[in-house]
Write a protein that binds this ligand. Structure first.
Ligand SMILES: Nc1ncnc2c1ncn2[C@@H]1O[C@H](COP(=O)(O)OP(=O)(O)OP(=O)(O)O)[C@@H](O)[C@H]1O
Ligand SMILES: [Mn+2]
Length: 269
């Protein structure tokens, strides 16, 4: 007959690394000297861990939290694709009360960590825009595939390098992405031509924006059209991040510094 300890043995056999999520200092000290790699994953490095990955957001879902931690650790070369990782997390309270075993594979290295952690806008704003785009990609607009272009952060400069295609429905309104009603508006307005411009703090500055940054020196994969080119180019001319949904292939892509940093199928997210 097996005991609970046998189960734990299976979960902890041949781990390449142990990830401790937001540990108390007492808890961390107990595991600091563990054989093999110990990585602390938390909003800040309160325990002075040698190996640390910053969580840009306090993710409600354990799955998201783990996925981000693993991707962040891959980004920092703390682990490699194929590594087996034991994640010590807290599910019910502040104490670490669960162990989840996960295999880091290349598909987890999607670019989402880089997008959230290293953009100029607040990580929460990036997440809110990203979620709207993913949802639009999954459902489309009234069942039909739709394209959209969101330029997030450094909005003053973005406005200087663009012009209106029509009157701005968000003029003088003080609405923010993440608000459920605003998200419905964004989806509704995604039928419009041009780009949405969103500030670092999530204010919807404009819809209907025609981006005019030059494409010189912008290197994006062949086959992408003008929406993607404009979305990429504006991130070279400013510190903004662009999140683009393609009407033609349904993929979500993000650009920063004029380069593609992420490409995912919304159905897989
Ligand atoms: N400079 C620009 N600024 C803002 N929006 C633009 C710009 N250029 C194109 N767009 C938008 O992109 C839309 C689609 O253009 P196009 O088909 O060339 O892009 P694409 O990259 O192939 O995108 P998709 O994959 O969605 O077809 C246009 O209808 C327009 O709304
Ligand atoms: Mn096209």
């Amino acid at each position: 007959m097996s005991t609970p300890a046998d189960l734990l043995d299976d979960l902890t056999a041949d781990l390449d690394a142990v990830f401790v999520f937001s540990p108390s200092s007492g808890f961390y000290e107990r595991f600091e000297e563990l054989e093999g790699e110990v990585v602390v994953i938390a909003p800040e490095n309160a325990v002075d861990a040698e190996q640390f990955v910053e969580l840009p957001l306090a993710f409600e879902s354990i799955r998201d939290r783990i996925r981000f931690g693993v991707e962040g650790a891959m980004d920092r070369n703390l682990i490699d694709a194929g590594d087996e990782v034991g994640c010590v997390v807290s599910v019910f309270g502040d104490d670490n009360d669960a162990l989840v075993r996960v295999r880091a594979d290349e598909s987890m290295h999607s670019g989402v960590y880089d997008l959230f952690a290293n953009s100029r806008a607040d990580p929460g704003v990036i997440r809110d825009v990203f979620e709207v785009v993913i949802e639009l990609g999954k459902k489309g607009q009234k069942g039909k595939p739709v394209g959209a272009l969101f330029v997030v952060g450094d909005a003053g400069k973005v406005m200087n390098k663009s012009r209106p295609l029509s009157y701005n429905p968000f003029e003088k309104s003080h609405v923010h992405v993440g608000d459920p009603i605003v998200n419905v508006m964004l989806k509704e307005f995604s039928r419009l031509d041009g780009a949405f411009v969103i500030s670092d703090s999530g204010k919807i500055v404009s819809a209907y924006r025609y981006l005019e940054a030059g494409a010189e020196g912008v290197d994006i994969p062949k086959g992408l059209g003008t929406r993607h080119m404009a979305g990429a180019a504006i991130t070279r001319a400013t510190n903004a991040t662009s999140i683009v949904l393609s009407e033609s292939d349904g993929m979500v892509r993000a650009f920063k510094g004029g380069e593609l940093i992420l490409e995912i199928d919304p159905e897989d997210y």
